[in-house]
Design a protein around this ligand. Sequence first.
Ligand SMILES: C[S@@+](CC[C@H](N)C(=O)[O-])C[C@H]1O[C@@H](n2cnc3c(N)ncnc32)[C@H](O)[C@@H]1O
Length: 215
Amino acid sequence: MDIIDPGVSDYLLSHCTPADDLLRELAAETREAFPDSANMQISHDEGELLTMLVRLTGARQAVEVGVFTGYSSVCIARGLPADGRLLACDVSDEWTSIARRYWERAGLTDRIDLRIAPAIETLRALPAEPYIDFAFVDADKVGYPLYYEELVPRLRPGGLIVLDNVLRAGRVLDPACEDEADVAMRRMNETVVADDRVDSVMLPVRDGVTLARRR
Ligand SMILES: C[S@@+](CC[C@H](N)C(=O)[O-])C[C@H]1O[C@@H](n2cnc3c(N)ncnc32)[C@H](O)[C@@H]1O
């Protein structure tokens, strides 16, 4: 199911701050190098949303779970102040080697700390206190509940966690869809809405984006 009508989708993309040359080149190189996986990359309007949310929250400490070739990392890191930090988690050296090149070109290398390891290990090793201002989760869907439970206690009051692909192309609405990732996301969505540590809203941006703000 298309969550957004394709015509509306094009209109949305052409009515947000446009991608600069760097982001356009990153998207093009990703499509060329990894044609079968390139659709994992966030769309540009979602990237603009991330940059705006980082700026609106005044975030200095950010965490990203799921880097791929680095489009969302660039969008998040660009929203941070010069002394801000993005901890970027992924398991792939191959995909993130492209990300590292573009971070360098964007002048963001000093702001981004890439950890190549299963994200749950990286997150569990973080300080336990609530110091994170902004988190974006866009990795293996079955891992979301684990990442959420590591990240929410570490969010400072007013801090934001953003979850991508929460609609799973509409499959979360259909109980007959029993794919492991769809089931995990359905449970994730029920957890967030019942979680009294956060206020949350689900937006029909691309494949669905949840914003949950720590109370
Ligand atoms: C949907 S892509 C991320 C797309 C990225 N946000 C972007 O804008 O291009 C998912 C990423 O999660 C990573 N990933 C999958 N399982 C992971 C795990 N257990 N720990 C950390 N990263 C993981 C994959 O290697 C992949 O790069």
